[in-house]
Design a protein around this ligand. Structure first.
Ligand SMILES: [Zn+2]
Length: 344
């Protein structure tokens, strides 16, 4: 099969389109013939070598959708021909966290596509339990744009953030995959979403998608604007994937007794915070990552129920994976960067 392999992390030609043996399913596993895959920020970290040094060459990509090609012994949940979307989270299944359904707290928690072989390929081998029916209202490219970003947004907004209808959520950096799903989930559940960006175009598009207010973070004081927009209270929940540059603003913008769900740390993993404001406002600082199996299922049900359609920024053929990475790296896209493996 054709596959995009991370050969030498951190180098200009780190991504190589190459031939790999077709995978075959073991017990409890299935092989999916991919129709489309999608990129995440995680892939940039891996490509740069920040998190992939020491891994042997592997097929990149966490997100994917396609059709079941073959199943291994003991698999009854899916059959060849089923259109599926892949949950890319892998856990041991036997530790106390896994048995409690908290797969993302498993000590052996991993994500498909580094170091295990991922979705930027014609086929991928996964545990059959990680396959879910493709939402019927979405095509394969839209479905491929769901998994990691949707799972992250769902856990941040719903499971950890416990956003309620009528509450106000501040979402930093609208335009990225997780932020857009957070916006779509918030709007669909009847919450009020305030978004930030340094792009007027992204802010305009977010307003079109139902955001209540949009703040240009280079021209405006985000925390002051959020206070104005909430009659001086602050946001009930902040969804923060920035880290170093945004978390101090989140602490300022959140209301007393509010929550900050944070992950990603895309602007830096270390920085300074006002600890006094944190305790005095009794802020719940909620670290969050990807979802558990039950949350992934719940997020997909929600997508089907509200007929949520992912924002696909651009589709590249698999052979142009390097260009797709470059687009993602520039951060100018609105929505997910998708790779087409099969014709639409
Ligand atoms: Zn486990």
């Amino acid at each position: 099969m054709k596959a995009v392999v991370l050969a030498q992390p951190g180098t200009a030609d780190s991504l190589v389109l190459t031939e790999r043996p077709d995978p075959s399913p073991g017990p409890g596993e299935a092989v999916v013939r991919l129709h489309a895959a999608a990129l995440n920020h995680r892939d940039l970290f891996l490509r740069s070598g920040a998190t992939s040094q020491g891994f042997p060459p592997f097929v990149m990509g966490s997100d994917g959708a396609g059709v079941v090609e073959a199943v291994g012994p003991g698999v009854t949940s899916v059959r060849p021909g089923d259109p599926v979307v892949i949950n890319p989270t892998l856990s041991c299944g036997t530790c106390p966290a896994c048995l409690a359904g908290e797969h993302s707290l498993c000590d052996r928690f991993q994500i498909l596509g580094g170091p295990s072989d991922g979705t930027l390929a014609e086929f991928v081998r996964v545990p059959a339990q990680n396959l879910y029916p493709k939402p019927q209202h979405l095509d394969f490219r839209q479905a491929a744009a769901l998994p990691l970003a949707l799972a992250t947004a769902w856990r941040a907004v719903v499971s950890r953030g416990r956003l309620q209808p009528g509450e106000t959520v501040l979402i930093h950096g609208i335009g990225g995959g997780v932020a857009l799903y957070a916006l779509q989930i918030a709007v669909a559940m009847g919450a009020r979403a305030i978004v930030t960006s340094s792009s007027d175009d992204k802010l305009r598009r977010a307003l079109e998608m139902g955001a209540s207010a949009a703040i240009h973070y280079r021209r405006e004081d985000v925390a002051a604007r959020v206070k104005e927009l909430t009659d001086g209270r602050g946001a009930d929940l902040v969804v923060d994937s920035g880290g170093r540059l945004t978390l101090p603003i989140s602490v300022e913008a959140v209301r007393r007794g509010g929550r900050i769900a944070y992950f990603g740390a895309t602007t830096g993993a270390e920085g300074t915070l006002n600890f006094r404001a944190l305790f005095w406002k009794q802020v719940a600082l909620l670290g969050t990552t990807m979802s558990n199996q039950s949350e992934f299922a719940a997020a997909l049900r929600f997508v089907g129920h509200v007929r949520l359609v992912p924002q696909v920024a651009r589709v590249f053929p698999l052979a142009e994976a390097a260009q797709a990475f470059t687009l993602l790296e520039r951060g100018e896209q609105f929505g997910k960067v998708v790779l087409a493996v099969a014709p639409a």
